[in-house]
Design a protein around this ligand. Structure first.
Ligand code: UFG
Length: 342
């Protein structure tokens, strides 16, 4: 019988792409989402993509009773936990909202897993736990963690600690914390992609929305950083590759070399600056992007990219797509949304 995987936040950006990847790999997804940061249309797009309507529960994971019912109704074999708020700036303004949702949600999931004896857990962590790297910008999993600069960062940082403590106390439990770098792109089939609510905070959705005319121009935050062209450098990874890393993580639980609590970077291993992203967008889309420099955005890390050796050796995972592929798919997604909304 196919393994049942609970996906919290399965209607979200990374969650939905992972549901598709799970189905393609023969798993049965059980989706939990309350659409507070996603859109019901995602479930429709997903259904078209996977060829059936996935099992879906519209519940808030902070509602422990409702969450327990999902575990009662379905014999869950593994959990992939995405459901969390993720806007850095918003978390500074509304810290309680972030601690409440991101930490209570996690505690409820772990409690249900404990009660129902579910022992395989994949957690969405973030490269935010590394803070601003000192001199070496390529970080590996041994690079010391630093205290985060936002409540959002603290929720990921604390979540890793909570999970580690839980793993220590439960010998049959196994967890892989995937530390995401910057996910971008959309499904190449154009049926699912990122749907930011309100004005996007992240670079690529802002670029595609500006190019399609939703904003007058992109502001490039900072031009005087000590980098190749003065703008910040990130490791942009195609969401399809990131989704695939979750499948490899679920598969790895069957492997004896996996320890009880692993942390694995998920990036491409390459850094790209904001100006390089703009140039690549113009090249790939054939569209001129209006943009101008603006002051630095407070809290921005200057330069960071992943060392991905551990993902290769432990998960047998490697990226299949380049950042230009991701830009192309994100642009197609923006264009297909424009058609739908006409
Ligand atoms: N940027 C702009 N203009 C914009 C948006 C972004 O110049 O309108 C720049 C930022 O200043 C930064 C780069 O584009 O230099 C990337 O910014 P994003 O907001 O896309 O991504 P971040 O790296 O800031 O944040 C991401 C995730 C967070 C996570 C963080 C970890 O969104 O959830 O990585 O480093 F915490």
């Amino acid at each position: 019988m196919s393994k049942k995987v609970l996906i919290t936040g399965g209607a979200g950006y990374i969650g939905a792409h992972t549901v598709d990847a799970l189905v393609r790999s023969g798993y049965t997804p059980i989706i939990v989402d309350d659409f507070r940061n996603s859109n019901p249309s995602v479930i429709q797009g997903l259904s078209k993509l996977i060829g059936f309507e996935p099992v879906f529960f519209k519940i808030d994971i902070c509602d422990k009773k409702a969450l327990k019912e999902v575990f009662t109704k379905h014999e869950i074999n593994a959990v992939i936990h995405f459901a969390a708020f993720k806007a850095v700036g918003e978390s500074v303004l509304e810290p309680l909202k972030y601690y409440q949702n991101n930490l209570i949600g996690l505690l409820n999931i772990l409690e249900c897993m404990e009660v129902f004896g579910v022992n395989e857990f994949v957690f969405s962590s973030s490269c935010t736990v590394y803070g601003e790297p000192d001199s070496i910008k390529e970080v590996n999993e041994k690079t010391p963690k630093q205290l985060p600069s936002s409540p959002y960062g603290y929720t990921k940082w604390m979540a890793e600690q909570i999970i580690a403590d839980y793993a220590k106390a439960h010998s049959s439990f196994k967890v892989i914390c995937l530390r995401y770098f910057n996910p971008i792109g959309a499904h190449p089939g154009g049926l699912i992609g990122e749907l930011p609510i309100g004005k996007p905070n992240n670079l690529l959705p802002f670029i595609t929305q500006t190019a399609i005319g939703k904003h007058s121009k992109l502001l490039v935050f900072g031009n005087d950083y000590p980098t190749i062209d003065g703008t910040c450098i990130r490791d942009y990874i195609h969401v399809m590759d990131l989704a695939d890393a979750h499948i490899k993580a679920v598969e790895a639980f069957g492997n004896n070399s996996i320890g009880s609590c692993e942390y694995i970077n998920v990036g491409t291993g390459k850094g790209t600056s904001v100006l390089q992203m703009i140039q690549a967008f113009e090249e790939v889309s054939g569209t001129k992007l209006p943009w101008e420099f603006a002051p630095r955005r407070p809290g921005d890390v200057i330069e960071i990219y992943a060392n991905v050796d551990l993902a290769k050796s432990m998960l047998n995972w490697e990226v299949q797509f380049s950042y230009k592929d991701a830009i192309k798919d994100a642009w197609n997604w923006e264009l297909s949304n424009q058609k739908k909304n006409r």
